[in-house]
Write a protein that binds this ligand. Structure first.
Ligand code: FES
Length: 169
């Protein structure tokens, strides 16, 4: 994992303010904890470092141990800085037999990084994940919250190029 972008995760006062206001939603919508924490992670630069966790605990009253056990259970949360777009390739069996390896090769070629790495410009992080729940339309990937199905190497490469150009947000 590239460390070059760690500095961008020192929170500005504006970012801290935004995190606090997102966390405050928890008081009226405690059942939305996952959504709120994902929004906070995005606001913090696609990472959930200790500083962010501390603010969330202060604002929501959630005990630190409980928050850490929640965010460490779900792979979608990361204490490490990640790219603006987190690309996750499903590596479970149905996707594997439908060509996930070739799709992943096309993605690594297009982005110039391997799984577990972040591009130098901080735009993309590439990861593997478990089943995305759309096996009938495999192989599948997820880019942040968006799922893409029935991929071929060519479609995957075009999709990554669209993201690189800023055609998809
Ligand atoms: S195995 Fe890939 S979506 Fe289920």
């Amino acid at each position: 994992m590239e460390k070059a972008h760690a500095s961008r995760h020192r929170l500005t006062p504006q970012t801290e303010e935004r995190i606090r206001s997102l966390a405050a939603r928890y008081h009226s919508q405690p059942q939305q904890l996952m959504r709120i924490l994902l929004d906070i992670q995005e606001a913090a630069g696609n990472a959930f470092p200790r500083q962010v966790a501390t603010i969330v605990c202060e604002e929501t009253g959630i005990p630190e141990a409980k928050l850490y056990s929640f965010i460490s259970f779900y792979a979608r949360f990361s204490p490490e800085p990640r790219g603006q777009f987190v690309v996750r390739m499903c590596k479970s069996a149905p996707c594997h037999v439908c060509g996930a390896v070739q799709v992943m090769e096309a993605i690594t070629r297009t982005l110039g990084i391997q799984p577990g790495e972040t591009t130098k410009d901080g735009q993309f992080t590439l990861e593997y994940c478990q089943c995305l729940g759309v096996c009938e339309a495999s192989p599948a990937i997820m880019v942040n919250d968006q799922v893409y199905t029935n991929l071929t190497p060519g479609r995957a490469a075009t999709l990554m190029e669209d993201y690189q150009r800023g055609d998809v947000r």
